[in-house]
Design a protein around this ligand. Structure first.
Ligand SMILES: Cc1ncc(COP(=O)(O)O)c(C=O)c1O
Length: 366
């Protein structure tokens, strides 16, 4: 049985493993241990408590996290974290938090943080069109900052850091929405990581937050319960009705990562192989396809590129869609083409796309 006819190269929600989709299909009719549809099981049931616990345990073991970290499954998307982080760590602070502005999504976090306290944007790639990322020598890191915030993978521009930034004595906060669990990430060097599920680990509706215990020791006590990490921790991510479906599918993807893929190092190898296929196709096209990101900063998740002119890009996209490639149009903020190649998209899907790209170039140039 083939559940999908198009290959999902969209910026998100991304593809999910076929084995997970088949399992979910059965569970929507009936989860055998419960005798009910997945969509009607109470969030207060023992079954769901076990789902939350196993999801947390799997994320903990995939990332190698110690007992001093909490794993939360929250709502509100990554966007809510743009506010929850500064509400918790910046209110009433004298010293500014340090932020990097490396692309569209890190830019979206800035105005939300400014509502809560002082911030210092220590590096911006805006003037140069967000085509590259900074070296360490370009970052004036302060020991007094309440925290440093950055985005590990800029989804729109296809820029990805290959190292952990910042000082060990200042809490690191990272938006990993578009590369979470796609490779090992030295998670214990971060005080807080957030990532929505819908790129690499599940459907939309749930956002994973990994937070170190001592980051929260001076958090304000007058936050709304829903936006208070400590109350969410106490409630085991079950403060109000959580998205049971999204969390359950995320559990199945973490099982797939652990047992079928074999862990994050193996996932990384697969992701590297997929990205290499696309970048080679771009680099060997003699300038027909032009990559957006500077070569050392190229993302393994989002491959953004352009063609000679918008007319040709339109033709490329129309033919790609007709050939069964879904979601290749670049983000509305950037235009061009973007092939997003998250965890569950197979190497063979990428091979099919690179063959199409070569064929399109051949047909267009002759
Ligand atoms: C890196 C990054 N951060 C934040 C967001 C916003 O996420 P959400 O729509 O879950 O609020 C996105 C969306 O694609 C993203 O790619």
């Amino acid at each position: 049985m083939k559940p999908q006819n198009s290959l999902n190269f969209s910026g998100g929600p991304g593809a999910l493993p076929e084995s997970v989709l088949l399992q979910v299909q059965q569970d929507i009719l009936e989860v055998p241990e419960v005798g009910l549809s997945l969509l009607g099981i109470s969030h207060r049931s023992d079954w769901f408590a076990a789902v939350i616990k196993e999801t947390e345990d799997n994320i903990r073991s995939l990332l190698g996290l110690g007992a001093d970290y909490h794993v939360l499954l929250l709502q509100g998307g990554a966007t809510q974290q743009f506010s929850m982080v500064p509400m918790t760590l910046l209110r009433g602070k004298k010293h500014p938090a340090q932020y990097l502005h490396t692309g569209y999504w890190s830019g979206k976090a800035l105005p939300q943080a400014r509502l809560e306290g002082p911030i210092d944007v220590i590096w911006s790639g805006e003037a140069s069109g967000f085509r590259h990322l900074p070296d360490d020598s370009e970052l004036a890191l302060s020991p007094d900052a309440p925290y440093l915030h950055y985005v590990s993978n800029e989804t729109v521009e296809g820029l990805q850091f290959n190292r952990v930034l910042g000082r060990d004595d200042v809490p690191r906060i990272c938006d990993m929405s578009s590369d979470f669990l796609s490779r090992p990430c030295e998670a214990e060097r971060f005080a807080l990581i957030y990532a929505h599920a819908q790129k690499n680990i599940g459907p939309a509706g749930v956002t994973v937050v990994v937070v170190k215990d001592d980051l929260l020791k001076d958090a304000p006590t007058n936050l709304p319960a829903f936006l208070d990490y400590r109350q969410q921790i106490q409630a085991h991510s079950n403060l109000n009705t959580p998205p049971v479906f999204a969390i359950y599918v995320t559990l199945l993807v973490t099982r797939w990562l652990k047992h079928d893929v074999g862990g994050l190092a193996q996932m990384d190898q697969i992701n590297q192989a997929k990205a290499a296929l696309l970048y080679q196709t771009i680099d060997q096209s003699g300038g027909f396809y032009v990559g957006h990101a500077a070569t050392p900063n190229r993302s393994l998740m989002n491959v953004a590129f352009t063609l000679r002119d918008p007319e040709l890009e339109k033709r490329f996209l129309a033919q790609a869609q007709a050939a069964g490639f879904y979601g290749l149009a670049g983000h509305r903020a950037l235009g061009g083409i973007r092939a997003s190649i998250y965890n569950a998209l197979s190497v063979s899907a990428v091979q099919t796309l690179t063959a199409f790209m070569q064929d399109f170039q051949h047909r267009t140039s002759h």
